[in-house]
Design a protein around this ligand. Structure first.
Ligand code: SF4
Length: 335
């Protein structure tokens, strides 16, 4: 079996666009605060210069090692610091994970992401097993992404050798707000891991989470950070907080979905060539809000009943929505 993202769908996506990395904070704020209909119109115009307007990449994210993480990310039910209803599970068997990827590929999924609740990717047998997973999934012709916590340059190079396409490491929020949600690791640690990933020639998946109690200026600050990375992250996941019982953010007020739309549209304008992913929290959005997110330039969603440990719309719901909107998944060649 082999799955490959076709060049037809990609050709538009790689069309030359001028990329800026010198965005000023004030410019980002001005874009973010543009009247909404104008902002969405502008974002969609930018989107069409680099991306096929009717294509959405479907990704699947699986938790390969769950819970017991020593970090204290306030939004995360997998942190060992909180009493959230998540069952701990050690590192999964490699062949099992490759089998899940094979099934996902048959359903048209072209990117397979594996997440492990570690502070730092371990050395030894566990890391070797992750390498086996990456090698196997890459052999199916899928894009392969991992999120394993902090990564050394050597680990990044080894992951690249076995076919890793992308590494996810989110900045989460602005540098100013970051300390309010995580105390066990600093913003610069994140930037160092991103640099190690870049150095190994792996593409970067980096975004953030909205609705954690941050101010609008923090959302703008996060987007400014992302848009001044050089190169831009090829993949920018925009997540909406999923309020999980037992975590410190469980009783956060719900975020206005239009803030998701604004953030996605701003990301699209600032990083025209990147794939902007409407990630966690989609279950909390109405079909109309999701449609607006697509119009604002999101061109990827995560499919599957669960996103790591939090709920996600079911495959039928997703298929129905894409069909209603006339959107097609990025083509794949499954055999
Ligand atoms: S977000 Fe990742 S690093 Fe933070 S507690 Fe959860 S699993 Fe650990």
């Amino acid at each position: 079996m082999s799955v490959q993202v076709t060049t037809a769908a990609r050709s538009l996506e790689t069309a030359a666009v001028e990329l800026r990395h010198d965005w000023k904070h004030g410019e980002v704020a001005e874009i973010y605060r543009t009247p909404l209909t104008e902002l969405v119109f502008r974002a969609q115009s930018v989107h069409r210069q680099s991306h096929a307007p009717d294509r959405v990449q479907t990704c699947q994210l699986i938790s390969i090692k769950t819970g017991g993480c020593p970090e204290d990310c306030a939004y995360c039910p997998q942190s060992a610091h909180y009493d959230a209803p998540v069952e701990r599970q050690g590192l999964l068997d490699a062949q099992h994970v490759i089998g899940v990827a094979r099934e996902a590929a048959k359903r048209g999924v072209t990117r397979f992401c594996m997440g492990a609740a570690w502070r730092q990717a371990p050395e030894g047998a566990e890391f070797e097993r992750v390498l086996e997973m990456v090698r196997g999934v890459s052999g199916l012709g899928m894009e392969v992404c991992c999120t394993l916590g902090m990564l050394s340059e050597r680990q990044a190079a080894r992951l690249k050798e076995v076919g890793l396409s992308a590494y996810n490491h989110n900045l989460d929020s602005s540098p100013e707000f970051y300390g309010s949600i995580i105390s066990t690791r600093v913003y610069d640690d994140r930037l160092r891991t991103l640099a190690a990933v870049r150095k190994a020639g792996i593409t970067v998946c980096c975004g953030g989470i909205l609705g954690m109690g941050e101010r609008e200026s923090d959302r703008i600050g996060l987007l400014h950070q992302l848009a001044t990375l050089q190169p831009h992250p090829e993949s920018v996941p925009i997540n909406m907080l999923v309020r999980v019982e037992g975590t410190p953010l469980a009783s956060m007020p719900a975020l206005d979905p239009l803030e998701m739309v604004r953030a996605i549209a701003t990301a699209r304008i600032l990083m025209p060539a990147s794939r902007v992913r409407l990630a966690a929290g989609r279950k909390q959005l109405s079909p109309e809000a999701v449609t607006l997110c697509f119009l604002a330039g999101a061109n990827s969603i995560f499919v599957g009943e669960k996103l790591l440990t939090t709920p996600n719309p079911g495959p039928d719901e997703d298929q129905q929505l894409l069909q209603t909107l006339g959107l097609k998944p990025l083509e794949s060649h499954a055999s």
